[in-house]
Write a protein that binds this ligand. Sequence first.
Ligand SMILES: [Zn+2]
Length: 91
Amino acid sequence: MECAERKIKRPYDLYALRWRVFRRDGFRCRYCGRGPGDNMQITLDHITPLSQGGTYDEENLVTACYRCNQGKRDTMLSQAELALVKVKKEC
Ligand SMILES: [Zn+2]
């Protein structure tokens, strides 16, 4: 699969990357805070969409449930007026 419009670097270890982001976020949606026990479908979301220059950097990736991810689509976070649920840092 290649995007004709622009080349986006896809990391080789996308699965490992997803796993790291999910673990970092405690497997909870960063938008609504739902977790695995809340019947959520876990997805990876780009804070800045790839279509707007976002990357696969971990800092541009958050855990999101399917519903929030779909609701946001390709809009920027500020435009979508979605506030990230603050995740407490343990270290
Ligand atoms: Zn959510």
